[in-house]
Design a protein around this ligand. Structure first.
Ligand code: NAD
Length: 251
């Protein structure tokens, strides 16, 4: 229970109480990390940080689609923690639209949070991580990127999450000589508020039918994978996409 002792982590989009980011923050804190939770609302981010086990966690407002906001939040975390070892780009939104329904503002909203935000936060962290010759960046993609949707998100969501995979792999190549690793997680269907109340029973049954393990994932299932990738257990793992999907896509 001490895989991250002495380490610090930034996790974006981690204020959502039942979300993947919050579960990841909790597991990281249980393993000894000091965690900075970044989310849209300062009070919610602070409350989520206060809810984590252990001392010294912080919550900050940061809209990851705004480059100076990412730089400012990173600087504030660095000021508070003195170092940043881990960045989890988890903030994301989705919309259940069909191909022809995607309006320019839908494209912008979904691409901006999922893809542009991942770029901007990583740009904020990279010089520091390179300077210390140490860092692990974990990006939240989706099975939707690999199989072209099929759960909830529309084609623009699939495109954004596929973009995250490309960005992750390119970053992994560029940053590897400085011992900064970048990996992506591709969760399948995980019960969180991103789909809460938006899936009909029929949709849920169809999704479960396609999962060999016969159950939806738990947020903790994704957190466990993020812990591995963030920790030194994964010291030689970079540029990978790790499936956490109960077998719903085996390839
Ligand atoms: P969630 O809706 O519970 O949490 C997302 C969080 O992101 C929220 O706290 C929200 O406030 C925050 N956020 C939104 N826009 C932001 C912005 N511009 N700046 C900063 N924060 C912002 O969702 P979740 O299910 O926990 O999803 C977490 C990540 O995992 C997302 O990237 C999502 O696309 C991905 N994912 C989820 C599933 C699933 O089944 N739940 C599957 C695959 C991938």
């Amino acid at each position: 229970p001490d895989l991250l002792t002495g380490k610090t982590a930034i996790i974006t989009g981690a204020a959502s109480p039942r979300g993947l980011g919050k579960a990841t923050a909790k597991l990281f804190a249980e393993h000894g990390a000091r965690v900075a939770i970044l989310d849209l609302d300062a009070a919610q981010a602070e409350a989520a940080a206060a809810d984590l086990p252990g001392e010294g966690h912080i919550g900050l407002a940061c809209d990851v689609t705004v480059k100076p906001a990412c730089a400012a939040a990173f600087a504030a975390v660095l000021e508070a923690f003195g170092q940043v070892d881990i960045l989890v780009n988890n903030a994301g939104i989705t919309q259940p639209l069909k191909f022809m329904e995607i309006a320019p503002e839908n494209y912008e909203a979904v691409l901006d949070v999922n893809l542009r935000g991942t770029l901007y936060m990583s740009q904020a962290a990279l010089p520091h991580m390179r300077g210390r010759k140490q860092g692990s960046i974990v990006n939240m993609s989706s099975v939707s990127a690999q199989r072209g949707g099929g759960i909830f998100g529309g084609p623009h969501y699939s495109a954004a999450k596929a973009g995250v995979l490309g960005l992750t792999k390119a970053l992994a190549r560029e940053a590897a000589p400085d011992n900064v690793r970048a990996n992506a997680i591709c969760p399948g269907f995980i019960a969180t508020d991103i789909t809460a109340g938006k899936l009909t029973d029929q949709m849920k049954a169809a999704v479960l039918d396609g999962i060999p393990m016969g159950r939806a994932g738990e947020a903790s299932d994704v957190a466990g994978c993020a812990l591995f990738l963030a920790s030194d257990l994964a010291a030689y793992v970079t540029g990978s996409e790790v499936d956490v999907n109960g077998g719903s896509l085996i390839h």
